[in-house]
Design a protein around this ligand. Structure first.
Ligand code: 9MG
Length: 285
């Protein structure tokens, strides 16, 4: 499957593409949050100029221990940003766990739902099925407040693969178009660094599910552990990890450092073309 249908967009995911992270929060783990709408919109435009194919707009931080945000505040943060960028032609994803925010975001022009809870909140699958938005189903063990306390798996790859297959099947049974489903192992969400590295090494097993695979490792703690660098100094480590993920089958890289990642993917492709080697593109239907 090489095309991802997301609202009015058809994204060619035969080759890897970049999703730019647009946090409209005060407390993003990577320190990149922007509560000012105009600044967030300007940053979104800059990421599009740098080559992002999708912008992932979020108003509630999911970093370990982050304070929850209520629905009204989350809507206030994300809707104006989604409206503005979608009206300019961007393929916008909304990063939320709340069905009500999903619904309003789609009405504001979002073409994709990125749910770190894999649409398990009651009502979430129904909202997605009633729209033509794509969905990203991410694995998380536990919940953001406590997920890093003691993550444990018998076999992390097998368990996460089975979870993603179950969630994708539930979505298809509920009427979600299978051409709009993306799966994601959820690097850092209820996982130790060893779990994260095991998953990155075996992304091929997750890609084999047949859905485009999204990986988000940008600036995360595992990279800090490997390099000894603070969160703001992890761009090179993030690019290296994104490339390694792409080589193993990831087709959407969720990143902060869009320009650097797009350039690295282009250079890799020039040297060693991706298996299905056509230039990545996004078209509006
Ligand atoms: C919101 N968010 C933070 N990290 C993420 C990741 O790795 N994947 C997805 N889909 N969303 C994420």
């Amino acid at each position: 499957m090489t095309v991802l249908v997301a609202g009015r967009f058809e994204l060619d995911v035969a080759t890897p593409c970049v999703m730019g992270i647009l946090n409209v929060t005060a407390d993003s783990f990577s320190g990149d949050g922007r509560l000012d709408h105009a600044a967030a919109i300007a940053h979104g435009r800059a990421m599009l100029r740098d080559g992002a194919r999708i912008l992932d707009v979020g108003g509630e931080s999911t970093r370990p221990g982050a304070a929850p945000v209520d629905e009204a505040e989350e809507l206030h943060r994300v809707i104006p940003v989604i409206e503005a960028l979608a009206a300019e032609g961007a393929c916008v994803s909304v990063d939320t766990m709340k069905p009500s925010v999903m619904r309003e975001a789609i009405a504001a022009g979002a073409s994709m739902i990125n749910d770190v809870n894999a649409l398990q909140t009651p009502g979430a699958v129904g909202v997605a099925a009633a729209s033509n938005a794509a969905v990203c189903l991410m694995h998380m063990q536990g919940e953001p407040a406590t997920m890093q306390t003691a993550p444990a798996y018998a076999d992390v790859v097998t368990e996460i693969r089975a979870f993603l297959q179950r969630r994708a099947s539930a979505c298809i049974d509920a009427g979600i178009d299978k051409r709009g489903i993306v799966v994601d192992p959820g690097i850092g969400f209820g996982k130790t660094p060893a779990h994260n590295l095991a998953l990155l090494r075996r992304l091929d097993a997750l890609a084999a599910l047949g859905f485009p695979l999204l990986v988000g490792i940008s600036r995360k703690a595992t990279l800090g552990l490997i390099t000894g660098r603070e969160v703001g100094e992890r761009a090179a480590a993030s690019v290296a990890a994104a490339l390694a993920a792409a080589v193993r089958g990831a087709r959407i890289l969720r990143v902060h450092d869009v320009r650097e990642t797009v350039d690295a993917l282009a250079v890799w492709n020039a040297i060693e073309p991706w298996p299905a080697s056509s230039p990545s593109r996004t078209t509006e239907q």
